[in-house]
Structure formats: structure tokens, C-alpha cells
Design a protein around this ligand. Structure first.
Ligand SMILES: NC(=O)C1=CN([C@@H]2O[C@H](COP(=O)(O)OP(=O)(O)OC[C@H]3O[C@@H](n4cnc5c(N)ncnc54)[C@H](O)[C@@H]3O)[C@@H](O)[C@H]2O)C=CC1
Ligand SMILES: O=C(CO)COP(=O)(O)O
Length: 325
């Protein structure tokens, strides 16, 4: 009798044991992969519950390490955006790298794949982004996201490795649009939170989200992204989630600001990342450099920097000359 062909179980590394890294490790395990989750702080042997998502027990197929590099078939990088440059050179190996963080580097305005590309010019690179609260993904509730790479075949192959019935992935060959959308939605979520916290109401929030789609589209277009991407999961999908879901850290930060809290006090009381705070000035600078009009982004960045108060921010948005849609 002939032996059955052996199908190798893929090995997926997840770098970063924050909320999103833990959720991705759970999702990757559900896709049938063997998973290694890298945590910056050592995790005692046998610990299946990690501090960032306390209600979640890591599945059997996930092992935790605090050593690098992790050799795998695919590496998901889920560290905060402002730590990506520090992490990137440590990710030695040949596996494709998938950036799972959302934002722009504060000091350079660079996108996640620009940074990974500086250190890994010969490695396949991709980005994963979409409307995904970590806790729901970790629990296996239905969710969808986009994986984008310059090669659609490469994106499809990552989708094949990571998809499961509860985590539905779509392949795209527009990594620029996906990264711009994922970065910008956090800034807009802060704006939506400010509007709601200040009591401007649901009409104001809906208008802000809709006009944000237009301004994000302008920037993405100028950088070579596609309009359809901004209408997709990483764009409109994530704006809907993050600008309306009270579980969003960016939205709740904005909400507290709109209610009169001070940014420094909000940040001091948190140990989780709200990427929009560092991305806002970088995004506003990119728009200025490219002469792209992004009035909502500009206003959120100025408000966060303390150069506008709430009344001035309100005026800056609403007293602009009327235009066409
Ligand atoms: N939490 C969520 O629902 C989602 C988060 N993301 C993105 O994932 C990225 C990571 O966010 P979270 O996992 O939520 O972060 P988190 O707020 O849960 O925690 C950040 C984690 O990064 C670690 N960290 C801090 N400095 C580090 C460094 N220098 N090197 C390595 N690790 C460091 C911390 O120890 C902590 O474990 C962000 O870009 C976020 O936008 C994307 C989708 C969903
Ligand atoms: O990216 C996210 C949802 O898609 C998480 O949003 P927050 O970082 O605002 O919590």
C-alpha cells in the first residue's frame, strides 16, 4: 500500500504579545498552523493566559517564547508602530513578513512596509489590516480583514495559510492603500471620539466619517493606492468599527478629550497603545508635503498638539468654504 502524502503543518510566528499579537496567534492556530508567539517579557512555563487579553486562554497549538529570531513559514509582526524600527533588524530569517501594526512612524512619516523594507530588502513583505477588535478575534467571533502585498499571488498564499471560518481574509495587491487606510482611521477615530465627547451628536460623527473617507482617498491616491481599497475592509470597514465601537482605544481617547480631559492625563492612565496620537502629526505632515487637503486630520493633529482648543477646532472644520461633493 502506498504511503499517504504527508502535508506539512505550517509554522506561523507572531511577534508581539500585545492584545493584537495574542489575537492573531489564536486566529492562526484556528487555521491549523503551529504557532510561536514572541513576547518581550518572558512568560513562565505553562502560562496560557497573558496580561494583555486576560480572559483569553492560548490554544494548545500556540507556544510562547521570548527568544528571537523565530524561524517560521510566515511571520506576523504585531508590535506597536513606534517600536517597529527597533524590532525590524531582530527579525532575521527568510520567511515573508506581514506587518500587522497600523500607523505612520512619527519622525519620518514612513509606513510599516517602508520600515521593514529598509532592513529586509530581499524578503517578501505584506500587510494585514481590517476592522478587528483583538478580543473578538481571539474569541473566534466572525471577522474579516485584508492581506495586501505587491504580488497578488503572494497575498493569496498568506490568505490560504491564515484564513479560517471565523477569520475571513481577502487578498489585495494594494499594500499602499491598505497601510494608509489603517494608519489614518486611528486619527479619524480620535476625531469622532472628540465630536461625540463634546456632544456634537450623531450627525456630526457621520459627516466626519464620510468626509474622512474623501481625504484619506486623496492621500492614498497621491501615493499610488486605489480608491476601491479605501472603500474596503481596511478603509471604510475599519472607520466604521473604530469611529463607532466603544471598544476602540483611539475613539475612547478622543471621547475623553472631547469631554475636557487632558491628553497627558489620559495617556498616563493607560498602558495600551492608541496609535492615532503619534500618527496624527506624521499624517498631517505627509499631507502638507504632498499638498493634499486633509482638514480633519490637520484639525485632530493641531488639537492633540494643543495648538487649537475645542471651539477653534470646531470652527476650523465648519467655517471652511463650501465645496462640491
Ligand atoms: N488591539 C487591537 O484590537 C488591534 C491592534 N492593532 C494594531 O496592533 C499593534 C499593536 O497593538 P496592540 O497589540 O493592541 O498593543 P497593546 O496596547 O496591547 O500592547 C502593546 C504591546 O507592545 C509591547 N511593546 C511595547 N514596546 C515594545 C517594544 N519596544 N518592542 C516590542 N514590544 C513592545 C508591550 O509590551 C505590549 O505587549 C498596533 O499598531 C495596533 O494598531 C491592529 C488591529 C487590532
Ligand atoms: O485597529 C483596531 C480595530 O480595527 C483597534 O482599534 P483601537 O486601537 O482604536 O482600539
Amino acid at each position: 500500500m502506498q504511503d499517504k502524502p504527508r502535508i506539512a503543518v505550517p509554522h506561523i510566528a507572531v511577534i508581539g504579545a500585545g492584545a493584537w499579537g495574542i489575537a492573531l496567534a489564536c486566529a492562526a492556530s484556528r487555521s491549523g498552523a503551529r504557532v510561536t508567539l514572541w513576547s518581550r517579557s518572558p512568560v513562565p512555563e505553562g502560562n496560557r493566559i497573558l496580561p494583555r487579553l486576560p480572559g483569553v486562554v492560548l490554544p494548545e497549538g500556540v507556544s510562547v517564547t521570548s527568544s528571537l529570531p523565530v524561524q517560521a513559514d510566515l511571520t506576523l509582526v504585531a508590535v506597536p508602530m513606534q517600536t517597529l524600527r527597533e524590532m525590524a533588524p531582530k527579525l532575521r530569517g527568510t520567511s515573508p513578513l506581514v506587518a500587522c501594526c497600523k500607523g505612520l512612524e512619527r519622525d519620518t512619516g514612513k509606513l510599516p512596509l517602508d520600515i521593514l523594507g529598509e532592513f529586509h530588502p530581499d524578503r517578501p513583505l505584506a500587510v494585514l489590516s481590517g476592522p478587528n477588535f483583538a478580543i473578538e478575534v481571539a474569541q473566534g467571533a466572525p471577522a474579516a480583514a485584508t492581506i495586501a502585498a505587491t504580488s497578488l499571488d503572494q497575498a493569496r498564499s498568506h490568505v490560504g495559510l491564515l484564513s479560517s471560518p471565523s477569520f475571513r481574509l481577502y487578498a489585495s495587491d494594494d499594500p499602499t492603500g491598505v497601510q494608509i487606510a489603517g494608519a489614518a482611521k486611528n486619527v479619524i477615530a480620535i476625531g469622532a471620539g472628540i465630536a461625540m465627547g463634546a456632544g456634537y451628536g450623531e450627525n456630526a460623527r457621520a459627516a466626519l466619517i464620510t468626509r474622512a473617507i474623501v481625504e484619506i482617498g486623496r492621500l492614498s491616491d497621491a501615493l499610488g493606492g486605489r480608491a476601491a481599497t479605501i472603500a474596503g475592509l481596511s478603509g471604510v470597514g475599519d472607520l466604521i468599527l473604530t469611529c463607532t465601537g466603544v471598544g476602540s482605544r483611539n475613539y475612547s481617547l478622543g471621547y475623553a478629550l472631547g469631554g475636557g480631559a487632558k491628553l497627558a492625563d489620559i495617556l498616563a492612565a493607560r498602558n495600551t497603545v492608541a496609535e492615532g496620537v503619534a500618527t496624527a502629526p506624521a499624517l498631517a505632515e505627509s499631507a502638507r508635503r504632498l499638498a493634499i487637503s486633509m482638514p480633519i486630520t490637520e484639525t485632530v493633529a493641531a488639537f492633540l498638539a494643543g495648538s487649537l482648543d475645542l471651539d477653534e477646532a470646531h470652527r476650523q472644520i465648519l467655517h471652511r468654504p463650501t465645496t462640491t461633493e
